[in-house]
Design a protein around this ligand. Structure first.
Ligand SMILES: C[S@@+](CC[C@H](N)C(=O)[O-])C[C@H]1O[C@@H](n2cnc3c(N)ncnc32)[C@H](O)[C@@H]1O
Length: 216
């Protein structure tokens, strides 16, 4: 009988999940801008899953931490209703300029995106409690505990928290890894795991997604 848990098979399945997603010209352009500016984007399969989650959550009001050049934003917008608004935060003005180009290329109406340039930890504290349908956390791993704490606060009941790079680049499950990035990713996961209002799951796509639904 085939061993469905063999490392080879899992690696092939991951490769298939990524290769099965064909990105359109706007996404390809956004990804290229990210490579040029050193802002690595989520993987295609992660993007497809973000769209799926946004659509199933009926996400009208979405917050993204770590805009980059707009790859994850485009995937989120693709799953949101046409009236949905993406609020996306990044400290780098150059990344926001590139993301604006990406959104324009994809014919995203200007009113559908709110790009806030600033330190995400500061900007997040200004967002209202229990308002947002979905919060996508990306960007600086060291700040994940602060981001997740704020995300928990601003999500509405029934809202969805999605944390990118939940494996901290693959070190999270290594008990000997005690570097600050791994510790921060563990702390962020623990905040969610210890909060009885959340139903979490780790999804092995890209570098790992932590998804958690807030109780109604
Ligand atoms: C990995 S890229 C984001 C990629 C984007 N989410 C995507 O998939 O298209 C990380 C972004 O986080 C931003 N960033 C830098 N420092 C940050 C911080 N302290 N907090 C949050 N984001 C930060 C960077 O400017 C960069 O645009």
């Amino acid at each position: 009988m085939t061993d469905t848990t063999s490392p080879d098979r899992i690696t092939r399945l991951h490769a298939y999940a990524e290769a099965a997603i064909i990105e359109d010209d706007a996404l390809v352009g956004a990804r290229l801008r990210g490579e040029e500016l050193g802002a690595p984007a989520i993987s295609p399969a992660t993007g497809a899953l973000l769209s799926l989650l946004a659509r199933t959550a009926g996400a009208q009001h979405v917050v993204e931490i770590g805009t980059g050049t707009g790859v994850s934003g485009l995937w989120l917008l693709a799953g949101m209703p046409a009236t949905g608004v993406l609020t996306t935060i990044d400290p780098e003005p150059e990344h926001h300029r590139a993301a604006r180009e990406s959104f324009t290329d994809a014919d995203i109406a200007p009113g559908r995106t709110r790009l806030i340039n600033g330190a995400p930890s500061d900007v997040l504290t200004r967002l209202a409690d229990t308002t947002y349908d979905l919060v996508f956390v990306d960007g600086n791993l060291l700040s994940y505990p602060a981001f997740v704490t704020e995300a928990v606060r601003i999500l509405r009941p029934g809202g969805l928290l999605v944390v990118n790079n939940a494996s901290a680049g693959g070190t999270l499950d290594d008990p000997t890894a005690t570097d600050p990035r791994t510790l921060a990713a563990r702390e962020a996961a623990t905040i969610v795991a210890d909060d009885d209002r959340f139903l979490p799951a780790i999804i092995p796509v890209g570098t790992g997604l932590l998804a958690a639904a807030k109780a109604h």
